[in-house]
Design a protein around this ligand. Structure first.
Ligand code: KIV
Length: 273
Protein backbone atom coordinates (compact mmCIF):
# COMPACT_ATOMS: atom_id res chain seq x y z
CA UNK A 1 0.00 0.00 0.00
CA UNK A 2 1.44 3.39 -1.01
CA UNK A 3 2.18 5.92 1.75
CA UNK A 4 -0.12 8.85 2.37
CA UNK A 5 0.12 11.54 -0.28
CA UNK A 6 -0.66 14.33 2.20
CA UNK A 7 1.62 15.47 4.99
CA UNK A 8 -1.15 16.17 7.49
CA UNK A 9 -2.12 12.69 8.62
CA UNK A 10 -4.48 13.80 11.42
CA UNK A 11 -7.96 12.30 11.25
CA UNK A 12 -10.29 14.73 9.46
CA UNK A 13 -13.16 15.94 11.65
CA UNK A 14 -16.33 17.86 10.89
CA UNK A 15 -14.79 20.83 12.74
CA UNK A 16 -11.75 20.73 10.47
CA UNK A 17 -13.97 20.90 7.40
CA UNK A 18 -15.58 24.09 8.74
CA UNK A 19 -12.10 25.43 9.50
CA UNK A 20 -11.03 24.58 5.93
CA UNK A 21 -13.87 26.72 4.62
CA UNK A 22 -12.77 29.59 6.86
CA UNK A 23 -9.20 29.24 5.57
CA UNK A 24 -10.31 28.99 1.93
CA UNK A 25 -8.94 25.44 1.59
CA UNK A 26 -10.98 23.25 -0.76
CA UNK A 27 -12.47 19.94 0.46
CA UNK A 28 -11.99 16.78 -1.65
CA UNK A 29 -14.69 14.12 -1.25
CA UNK A 30 -15.15 10.86 -3.16
CA UNK A 31 -17.36 7.82 -2.76
CA UNK A 32 -16.15 4.34 -1.78
CA UNK A 33 -18.09 1.23 -0.94
CA UNK A 34 -15.49 -1.45 -0.18
CA UNK A 35 -12.30 -2.03 1.84
CA UNK A 36 -9.75 -2.29 -0.97
CA UNK A 37 -10.88 0.84 -2.79
CA UNK A 38 -11.28 2.87 0.41
CA UNK A 39 -7.69 2.03 1.41
CA UNK A 40 -6.44 3.54 -1.85
CA UNK A 41 -8.74 6.57 -1.62
CA UNK A 42 -7.76 7.27 2.00
CA UNK A 43 -4.08 6.71 1.24
CA UNK A 44 -4.25 9.22 -1.60
CA UNK A 45 -5.23 11.88 0.94
CA UNK A 46 -8.99 12.26 0.47
CA UNK A 47 -10.61 14.54 3.07
CA UNK A 48 -14.04 12.89 3.09
CA UNK A 49 -15.08 9.42 1.93
CA UNK A 50 -18.78 9.13 1.20
CA UNK A 51 -20.35 5.72 1.50
CA UNK A 52 -23.03 6.90 -0.90
CA UNK A 53 -26.30 5.18 -1.57
CA UNK A 54 -25.01 5.32 -5.16
CA UNK A 55 -23.76 1.89 -4.05
CA UNK A 56 -27.25 0.85 -5.14
CA UNK A 57 -26.31 1.70 -8.76
CA UNK A 58 -22.55 1.11 -8.72
CA UNK A 59 -22.30 -2.04 -6.59
CA UNK A 60 -25.71 -3.66 -7.10
CA UNK A 61 -26.67 -2.52 -10.61
CA UNK A 62 -30.01 -0.99 -9.59
CA UNK A 63 -31.44 1.75 -11.79
CA UNK A 64 -32.00 4.10 -8.82
CA UNK A 65 -30.70 4.55 -5.28
CA UNK A 66 -34.07 3.62 -3.78
CA UNK A 67 -33.71 -0.18 -3.33
CA UNK A 68 -30.58 -0.20 -1.16
CA UNK A 69 -31.34 -1.26 2.41
CA UNK A 70 -30.11 -0.17 5.83
CA UNK A 71 -28.30 -3.50 6.29
CA UNK A 72 -26.56 -3.11 2.92
CA UNK A 73 -25.43 0.45 3.70
CA UNK A 74 -24.08 -0.71 7.06
CA UNK A 75 -22.19 -3.54 5.32
CA UNK A 76 -20.54 -1.08 2.89
CA UNK A 77 -19.82 1.50 5.60
CA UNK A 78 -18.18 -1.09 7.88
CA UNK A 79 -15.79 -2.14 5.10
CA UNK A 80 -14.88 1.48 4.31
CA UNK A 81 -14.34 2.39 7.97
CA UNK A 82 -12.00 -0.61 8.43
CA UNK A 83 -9.85 0.70 5.57
CA UNK A 84 -9.77 4.36 6.56
CA UNK A 85 -7.31 6.08 8.85
CA UNK A 86 -7.47 9.75 7.89
CA UNK A 87 -10.61 10.66 5.96
CA UNK A 88 -13.92 11.54 7.58
CA UNK A 89 -16.31 8.72 6.66
CA UNK A 90 -19.86 9.87 5.91
CA UNK A 91 -22.58 7.29 5.28
CA UNK A 92 -25.83 7.98 3.40
CA UNK A 93 -29.05 7.13 5.20
CA UNK A 94 -30.91 5.07 2.59
CA UNK A 95 -34.36 5.88 1.23
CA UNK A 96 -37.17 5.05 3.64
CA UNK A 97 -35.08 5.02 6.81
CA UNK A 98 -35.60 8.66 7.88
CA UNK A 99 -38.61 10.01 5.98
CA UNK A 100 -41.39 8.38 8.05
CA UNK A 101 -40.91 10.21 11.35
CA UNK A 102 -38.10 11.59 13.59
CA UNK A 103 -38.20 8.65 16.01
CA UNK A 104 -37.68 6.10 13.27
CA UNK A 105 -35.02 8.35 11.74
CA UNK A 106 -33.00 8.63 14.94
CA UNK A 107 -33.34 4.89 15.63
CA UNK A 108 -31.94 4.05 12.20
CA UNK A 109 -29.24 6.72 12.46
CA UNK A 110 -28.07 5.28 15.78
CA UNK A 111 -27.98 1.80 14.24
CA UNK A 112 -25.72 2.95 11.39
CA UNK A 113 -23.36 4.73 13.82
CA UNK A 114 -23.22 1.82 16.30
CA UNK A 115 -22.71 -0.93 13.73
CA UNK A 116 -20.55 0.76 11.08
CA UNK A 117 -18.47 3.12 13.26
CA UNK A 118 -18.67 5.78 10.56
CA UNK A 119 -18.17 9.43 11.53
CA UNK A 120 -21.29 11.12 10.18
CA UNK A 121 -24.46 10.65 8.15
CA UNK A 122 -25.88 12.33 5.05
CA UNK A 123 -29.62 12.90 4.51
CA UNK A 124 -31.40 14.25 1.45
CA UNK A 125 -33.88 17.09 1.86
CA UNK A 126 -34.57 20.42 3.58
CA UNK A 127 -37.38 21.70 5.75
CA UNK A 128 -39.48 18.55 5.14
CA UNK A 129 -37.02 16.52 7.23
CA UNK A 130 -35.81 19.23 9.60
CA UNK A 131 -37.42 17.72 12.75
CA UNK A 132 -35.66 14.43 12.00
CA UNK A 133 -32.38 16.23 11.33
CA UNK A 134 -32.67 17.99 14.72
CA UNK A 135 -33.45 14.76 16.55
CA UNK A 136 -30.47 12.95 15.00
CA UNK A 137 -28.19 15.90 15.79
CA UNK A 138 -29.57 15.92 19.36
CA UNK A 139 -28.38 12.30 19.63
CA UNK A 140 -24.85 13.55 18.97
CA UNK A 141 -24.63 12.39 15.36
CA UNK A 142 -23.11 14.82 12.84
CA UNK A 143 -25.19 15.38 9.70
CA UNK A 144 -24.38 16.51 6.21
CA UNK A 145 -27.36 17.81 4.21
CA UNK A 146 -27.98 17.17 0.52
CA UNK A 147 -29.97 19.62 -1.64
CA UNK A 148 -30.65 20.21 -5.33
CA UNK A 149 -30.91 16.98 -7.28
CA UNK A 150 -31.70 14.50 -4.54
CA UNK A 151 -31.69 11.07 -6.25
CA UNK A 152 -33.95 9.46 -3.62
CA UNK A 153 -36.73 11.72 -4.99
CA UNK A 154 -36.16 10.80 -8.65
CA UNK A 155 -39.67 9.42 -8.98
CA UNK A 156 -41.05 12.81 -7.93
CA UNK A 157 -38.68 14.80 -10.21
CA UNK A 158 -39.07 12.40 -13.15
CA UNK A 159 -35.67 13.41 -14.58
CA UNK A 160 -32.01 13.80 -13.53
CA UNK A 161 -31.77 17.25 -15.13
CA UNK A 162 -30.44 20.40 -13.40
CA UNK A 163 -32.56 21.51 -10.42
CA UNK A 164 -33.47 24.97 -9.10
CA UNK A 165 -33.21 26.83 -12.40
CA UNK A 166 -36.48 28.62 -11.65
CA UNK A 167 -36.62 31.31 -8.97
CA UNK A 168 -39.15 29.61 -6.70
CA UNK A 169 -37.11 26.39 -6.45
CA UNK A 170 -33.89 28.39 -6.03
CA UNK A 171 -35.43 30.40 -3.16
CA UNK A 172 -36.62 27.19 -1.49
CA UNK A 173 -33.13 25.70 -1.81
CA UNK A 174 -31.60 28.78 -0.18
CA UNK A 175 -34.03 28.64 2.76
CA UNK A 176 -33.49 24.86 3.07
CA UNK A 177 -29.73 25.43 3.22
CA UNK A 178 -30.16 27.99 6.00
CA UNK A 179 -32.53 25.69 7.89
CA UNK A 180 -29.96 22.85 7.74
CA UNK A 181 -27.18 25.16 8.90
CA UNK A 182 -29.33 26.60 11.71
CA UNK A 183 -30.24 23.07 12.84
CA UNK A 184 -26.52 22.28 13.21
CA UNK A 185 -25.46 20.36 10.06
CA UNK A 186 -21.70 20.52 9.43
CA UNK A 187 -21.94 20.70 5.63
CA UNK A 188 -24.24 20.41 2.65
CA UNK A 189 -23.88 18.57 -0.66
CA UNK A 190 -25.28 20.62 -3.56
CA UNK A 191 -26.06 18.40 -6.52
CA UNK A 192 -26.66 19.55 -10.09
CA UNK A 193 -27.77 23.15 -9.59
CA UNK A 194 -26.71 26.34 -11.42
CA UNK A 195 -23.20 27.47 -10.47
CA UNK A 196 -24.43 30.98 -9.60
CA UNK A 197 -26.96 29.59 -7.10
CA UNK A 198 -24.33 27.32 -5.52
CA UNK A 199 -22.02 30.33 -5.23
CA UNK A 200 -24.71 32.33 -3.46
CA UNK A 201 -25.46 29.50 -1.01
CA UNK A 202 -21.74 28.99 -0.39
CA UNK A 203 -21.27 32.69 0.39
CA UNK A 204 -24.31 32.88 2.68
CA UNK A 205 -23.42 29.82 4.80
CA UNK A 206 -20.68 29.40 7.37
CA UNK A 207 -20.69 25.61 6.91
CA UNK A 208 -19.02 24.16 3.79
CA UNK A 209 -20.86 23.27 0.60
CA UNK A 210 -19.61 20.31 -1.41
CA UNK A 211 -20.74 20.36 -5.02
CA UNK A 212 -21.39 17.76 -7.68
CA UNK A 213 -22.37 19.51 -10.88
CA UNK A 214 -22.71 22.75 -8.91
CA UNK A 215 -19.68 24.72 -10.15
CA UNK A 216 -16.32 25.75 -8.81
CA UNK A 217 -17.43 28.19 -6.10
CA UNK A 218 -18.45 25.40 -3.71
CA UNK A 219 -16.13 24.79 -0.77
CA UNK A 220 -15.44 21.29 -2.01
CA UNK A 221 -16.25 18.76 -4.72
CA UNK A 222 -17.57 15.21 -4.66
CA UNK A 223 -17.70 12.59 -7.41
CA UNK A 224 -18.74 8.95 -7.63
CA UNK A 225 -15.52 6.93 -7.84
CA UNK A 226 -16.60 4.53 -10.58
CA UNK A 227 -17.52 7.50 -12.79
CA UNK A 228 -14.33 9.52 -12.30
CA UNK A 229 -12.14 6.44 -12.80
CA UNK A 230 -13.90 5.63 -16.09
CA UNK A 231 -15.43 2.34 -14.98
CA UNK A 232 -19.06 3.22 -15.77
CA UNK A 233 -20.41 3.04 -19.30
CA UNK A 234 -22.85 5.42 -20.96
CA UNK A 235 -22.80 8.08 -18.20
CA UNK A 236 -21.16 11.33 -19.27
CA UNK A 237 -22.86 14.36 -17.72
CA UNK A 238 -21.17 17.72 -18.32
CA UNK A 239 -19.89 17.94 -14.74
CA UNK A 240 -18.06 14.60 -14.81
CA UNK A 241 -14.30 14.66 -15.38
CA UNK A 242 -12.91 11.18 -16.05
CA UNK A 243 -9.45 11.00 -14.45
CA UNK A 244 -8.69 7.54 -15.81
CA UNK A 245 -10.13 4.95 -18.18
CA UNK A 246 -9.98 2.02 -15.76
CA UNK A 247 -12.75 0.23 -17.65
CA UNK A 248 -10.44 -0.02 -20.67
CA UNK A 249 -7.38 -0.86 -18.55
CA UNK A 250 -9.32 -3.65 -16.81
CA UNK A 251 -10.80 -5.05 -20.02
CA UNK A 252 -7.31 -5.17 -21.59
CA UNK A 253 -5.80 -6.85 -18.53
CA UNK A 254 -8.63 -9.37 -18.22
CA UNK A 255 -8.51 -10.12 -21.96
CA UNK A 256 -4.75 -10.66 -21.68
CA UNK A 257 -5.27 -13.09 -18.79
CA UNK A 258 -7.91 -15.02 -20.75
CA UNK A 259 -5.52 -15.33 -23.71
CA UNK A 260 -2.66 -16.50 -21.45
CA UNK A 261 -4.85 -19.17 -19.86
CA UNK A 262 -6.17 -20.39 -23.21
CA UNK A 263 -2.66 -20.43 -24.74
CA UNK A 264 -1.18 -22.24 -21.72
CA UNK A 265 1.10 -19.20 -21.05
CA UNK A 266 -0.22 -18.84 -17.50
CA UNK A 267 1.01 -20.07 -15.10
CA UNK A 268 4.65 -20.40 -16.19
CA UNK A 269 7.36 -22.32 -14.33
CA UNK A 270 8.02 -19.47 -11.90
CA UNK A 271 4.37 -19.17 -11.05
CA UNK A 272 3.90 -22.66 -9.66
CA UNK A 273 5.16 -24.74 -6.70
O1 KIV B 1 -24.73 8.57 -3.18
C1 KIV B 1 -23.89 9.36 -3.65
O2 KIV B 1 -22.91 8.96 -4.29
C2 KIV B 1 -24.10 10.78 -3.45
C3 KIV B 1 -23.21 11.71 -4.20
C4 KIV B 1 -23.64 11.81 -5.62
C5 KIV B 1 -23.12 13.04 -3.56
O3 KIV B 1 -24.95 11.17 -2.73
Amino acid sequence: MAGYLVEDKRKVTTHRLIQMKQEGKKIAMLTSYDYTTAQIVDGAGMDVILVGDSASNVMAGNVTTLPITLDQMIYHAKAVVRATQRALVVCDMPFGTYQVNPTEGVTNAIRIMKESHCDALKLEGGVEIIDTVRKILDAGIPIMGHLGLTPQSINKFGTYSVRAKEEAEAEKLISDAHALEDAGCFGIVLEKIPAKLAERVTKELTIPTVGIGAGGACDGQVLVIADMLGMTKGFSPKFLRRYAELGTVMTDAIGHYIQDVKNCDFPNENEQY
